[in-house]
Design a protein around this ligand. Structure first.
Ligand SMILES: Nc1ncnc2c1ncn2[C@@H]1O[C@H](COP(=O)(O)OP(=O)(O)OP(=O)(O)O)[C@@H](O)[C@H]1O
Length: 583
C-alpha cells in the first residue's frame, strides 16, 4: 500500500508541472477533449447495450420491421462511435507529442545546465544512461500516463453506468449461507465484483515480478546500445590494438544480460498470460452462465438475457481493468521509477552545485589574473590530492604547472575552470574574466568544420576571413577551403591537427585566462614553440597556465609551479619544474 502511495505521488510530481506550465491552457484543453471523447465512447457502449435488448427481442419476435429499424439505430450509434474513436486517438497523440516536447526540453535543460551531465558522471552510476531516460522513458511515460489515466477514468465511468444498468436488470436472490438466510439485491453486480476481485488478486500475485524485470530490461538494452556506440567511436583504437575479440566478448556479455532477463520476462509473461487468457475466455461465457437460469425458467426474454449478459460483461470488464492492463502498468511503474531516480540524481548533482566547493569570486578590483587561497582539491572519495595555500598569478603571466603523472594537475585545472566540485578553497578572478581550458584531446563535434572551430559559439558569429586567418595562423591553411564541409572531423583530423584547431579556437575566443592541459603535447617541439610564440603575440594580455612534461616548455614560460611532496595531498608551490626520478 505504501509502495502504491509513493508511486502515485511520483506520478503526480512527474505529470503535474506540464499542466501548470506556460502551455497549460492547450494542455488542459487537449486533455479535456480526450476525456470528453472517452466519456462519449462510454456513452456509445451504453447505447449499444440498450440496443441489444431491443434488437434481440425483435429477432425473438421475428418482427422484421423492428429488426430493420434497430439496424438503422445501430448504424447511427456505430457512426458516432467511429468518429469518437478516430478523434480520440488523434487528439491523444497530439497531447502526447506536445507533452513529450515540453518534458524533453525540461530534462535537457536540467541535464545540460550547471554541468549536471558532468556531475552525474562524476557521481558514478546514480542515474544510468541519461540518454535513454530522456529519449525513451519520457516518451513512454507520457503515452502510458495518458492511456492509463484516461483508460482508468473511462473504466470508472463505464463501471458506474453499467453497474446501474446491471443492478436494474438483476433481481434479488435468496441464499442460505452458513445456515443464514440472505436476501441479496442486485446479485449479478456482486457476482461480477467477486469474479473480478478474485482475478485481480491472482493477477497481481502472478505478475508482480514483471515490474522489476521491465526495469532491468530497459537498463540492459541501454547499456548494450551505449557499449556499441563506444566501439563505433573508438573503432580505430580497437582495430589498431586488435581489440575486436575483447569487444565482442564484452558485447556478448552485455547481450547475455538482455537475454537472461528477457527469458525471465518471457516466463513471467507466460505465467501471467496463462491466467489472463484463461480468465478472458471464461469472461466471455461467465455472464450468460450466471444469467441463463432466468431465461430458461422463462422469467426473461432473449433481449433481456443479451443486455444483461453484455452489462455483466462490461461491469466485470471494468473491474478487471487491472488484469487487462497489468503488463502496461508494470512497464509504466518501472518508467516512473526510472524517471524519478533520474530527477533525484540530477537534484543531488545540483545541490552539490549550491554548496559549490570552489566559489568563483569575481572582484572588480582584483589585481591578479587569478588568485587561489586555502585550496584543498579532493577526489570524489574525499581524499585530498592537491593543496594550494596562497597563490597569485599576474595578468599576462605565463606559468608552467608541473608534477608527477596522476598528481592532480588536471583536477586542479578542472577546479579553476569551475567544473570540479570536490574540495574547499577560494578562486578569485577579475570581474569579467573569461576562462578557457584546452585539454590534450579537444572536443571536435561532428558537422561543419567552421562550427567545430568556433565551438561552442556558432560559426555565423564570425566572418569567414577571421576563421580562415585563425586556421592559417595555427598552420592549418590546407583546411581553409573545407571550412564549410560537413564531415566526421574527430576521425579525420590527427591529434596534432585537433590541438592546432583548438588553439585557433582560443585565438578567436580571446580568453583572459587560458589553461592548457598538455594541449600541445601532440606537436613536435619546434611547432609547440611556434604555438606559444603565437599565443604571446596574439593574446599578450592573457594569463596562460600550462601543464606539460617536456623540459623545453620551461623556456616558453615566465614562471614554474610544481606539485611538491611525496604523500597526499601534494602542495603546489613556486619552484623548479618537477623532475621525475630515473627508473
Ligand atoms: N572523475 C574522477 N574520479 C575519480 N578519480 C579521479 C577522477 N579524475 C581524476 N581522478 C584521479 O585523480 C588523480 C589525479 O588525476 P589528474 O588527471 O588530475 O592527474 P594529472 O596530474 O593531470 O596526471 P597526468 O599528468 O598523468 O595527466 C588520479 O589518480 C586520477 O585517477
Amino acid at each position: 500500500m505504501r509502495a502504491l502511495l509513493t508511486l502515485l505521488r511520483d506520478i503526480r510530481r512527474l505529470a503535474l508541472p506540464y499542466f501548470r506550465s506556460e502551455e497549460r491552457w492547450t494542455a488542459i484543453g487537449l486533455l479535456g477533449a480526450v476525456i470528453g471523447l472517452e466519456l462519449a465512447w462510454v456513452y456509445c457502449t451504453v447505447l449499444l447495450n440498450r440496443w441489444n435488448n431491443a434488437f434481440y427481442d425483435a429477432i425473438q419476435e421475428k418482427d422484421f420491421g423492428a429488426f430493420k429499424h434497430q439496424l438503422l439505430i445501430f448504424c447511427a450509434i456505430a457512426a458516432g462511435a467511429i468518429c469518437v474513436a478516430v478523434y480520440q486517438i488523434y487528439l491523444k497523440q497530439w497531447l502526447e507529442i506536445r507533452w513529450r516536447r515540453w518534458l524533453t526540453k525540461r530534462y535537457l535543460e536540467h541535464w545540460l545546465g550547471d554541468d549536471t551531465h558532468y556531475r552525474l558522471r562524476l557521481s558514478g552510476d546514480a542515474a544510468d544512461n541519461p540518454d535513454q531516460r530522456i529519449a525513451q522513458d519520457v516518451s513512454m511515460f507520457v503515452s502510458q500516463t495518458i492511456s492509463v489515466g484516461v483508460g482508468l477514468l473511462g473504466t470508472i465511468v463505464s463501471l458506474t453506468s453499467f453497474s446501474v444498468i446491471l443492478w436494474g436488470l438483476s433481481g434479488a436472490i435468496d441464499l442460505k449461507l452458513f445456515g443464514i438466510d440472505m436476501h441479496v439485491p442486485g446479485y449479478l453486480f456482486w457476482a461480477a465484483l467477486l469474479y473480478a476481485a478474485l482475478g485481480t488478486l491472482i493477477t497481481h500475485f502472478i505478475g508482480k515480478p514483471l515490474v522489476r524485470l521491465n526495469f532491468d530490461q530497459q537498463r540492459y538494452e541501454a547499456d548494450f546500445r551505449v557499449d556499441m556506440v563506444r566501439v563505433r567511436e573508438n573503432s580505430e583504437q580497437i582495430a589498431l590494438l586488435g581489440g575486436e575479440p575483447a569487444e565482442s566478448r564484452k558485447l556478448e556479455g552485455r547481450f547475455g544480460r538482455i537475454l537472461d532477463n528477457y527469458f525471465g520476462l518471457m516466463k513471467a509473461q507466460k505465467r501471467l498470460t496463462w491466467f489472463t487468457a484463461g480468465y478472458n475466455q471464461v469472461s466471455n461465457i461467465f455472464p450468460y452462465v450466471v444469467v441463463s437460469p432466468g431465461y430458461f425458467a422463462g422469467a426473461i426474454q432473449l433481449g433481456t438475457l443479451m443486455q444483461t449478459g453484455s452489462a455483466f460483461g462490461s461491469v466485470q470488464g471494468a473491474f478487471s481493468f487491472f488484469i487487462s492492463s497489468y503488463s502496461t502498468l508494470a512497464e509504466w511503474t518501472s518508467v516512473v521509477n526510472r524517471l524519478t531516480g533520474f530527477e533525484a540524481a540530477m537534484e543531488v548533482a545540483k545541490r552539490d552545485d549550491g554548496a559549490r566547493a570552489f566559489p568563483h569570486r569575481r572582484e572588480a578590483a582584483q589585481e591578479a589574473a587569478l588568485a587561489l587561497a586555502d585550496m584543498d582539491v579532493r577526489l570524489p572519495t574525499g581524499e585530498a590530492i592537491v593543496a594550494v595555500d596562497r597563490l597569485s598569478i599576474g595578468k599576462g603571466e605565463r606559468v608552467l604547472v608541473t608534477g608527477p603523472s596522476g598528481g592532480g594537475k588536471t583536477t586542479l585545472f578542472r577546479a579553476i575552470a569551475g567544473i570540479w566540485p570536490f574540495g574547499t578553497g577560494t578562486i578569485t578572478l577579475p570581474q569579467d574574466a573569461r576562462v578557457m581550458i584546452l585539454p590534450q584531446r579537444p572536443y571536435v563535434p561532428v558537422g561543419r568544420l567552421d562550427d567545430a572551430l568556433t565551438y561552442p559559439l556558432p560559426a555565423t558569429d564570425f566572418d569567414h576571413a577571421r576563421l580562415a586567418e585563425a586556421l592559417t595562423a595555427v598552420g592549418l591553411e590546407v583546411l581553409v577551403h573545407r571550412l564549410e564541409e560537413q564531415a566526421l572531423w574527430p576521425h579525420i583530423l590527427s591529434l596534432g591537427e585537433q590541438q592546432r584547431l583548438s588553439i585557433a579556437r582560443a585565438l578567436l575566443e580571446q580568453p583572459d585566462v587560458l589553461l592548457l592541459d598538455e594541449a600541445t603535447a601532440a606537436l613536435d617541439e619546434p611547432s609547440e614553440a611556434a604555438v606559444y610564440a603565437l599565443l604571446r603575440a596574439r593574446l599578450p594580455q592573457a594569463t596562460v597556465l600550462s601543464i606539460g612534461h617536456r623540459a623545453t616548455l620551461n623556456a616558453l614560460h615566465d614562471r614554474t609551479l610544481a606539485l611538491s611532496g611525496t604523500g597526499l595531498p601534494r602542495r603546489l608551490v613556486d619552484g623548479p619544474a618537477f623532475q621525475p626520478e630515473a627508473a
